[in-house]
Write a new protein. Structure first.
Length: 157
């Protein structure tokens, strides 16, 4: 397939580039991760990103069938695992919330084979509703109701 047609492969390349950028050791700047974590957390993050890329490329070379579907499921499972590792890196303070959202969005897009989607920040997913409300302009839950929702019909007998 041509490069333009294999968008998922290009997204995997972007994931590996971003992973190397965020986890790599640059001589001219302070590393994001502590030295002791390179043998554990950073190696797992980098290997998982490379495994995802490998599974996607190999699955693309197979015809439709059980082998290809199995490789795609393996890549999707590794995406879930990588998202957990990214969240751990954010919780430990090694990466910023903005870096976390950018990285996790790319992994989720690869998992669901999407090119573009609406960005839902980590604060929204965690339940920080004060921050989420500012983004949603007084959004109200349709079941719980609110100022913008009509009153529920009640049964009278």
């Amino acid at each position: 397939m041509a490069d333009k047609a294999f968008r998922l492969g290009n997204m995997c390349d972007d994931l590996v580039d971003l992973t190397i950028e965020l986890c790599g050791k640059d001589e001219d700047k302070c590393p994001r991760f502590p030295k002791w974590s390179y043998a554990t957390l950073v190696d797992r993050i980098m290997n998982t990103a490379l495994d995802i890329q490998e599974q996607v490329i190999e699955a693309n070379e197979h015809e439709l069938g059980e082998t290809r579907a199995g490789m795609q499921k393996t890549a999707a499972a590794k995406c879930i695992y990588l998202n957990h590792l990214i969240r751990i890196a954010w919780q430990r303070g090694y990466i910023s919330l903005k870096q976390h959202d950018r990285w996790a969005k790319l992994v989720t897009d690869i998992k669901w084979k999407r090119r573009k989607r609406n960005v839902i920040s980590f604060a929204d997913r965690c339940g920080n509703y004060q921050m989420a409300r500012s983004h949603r302009n007084s959004w109200r839950h349709p079941i719980r109701g609110g100022d913008n929702m009509p009153a529920r019909a009640t049964r009278t007998t």
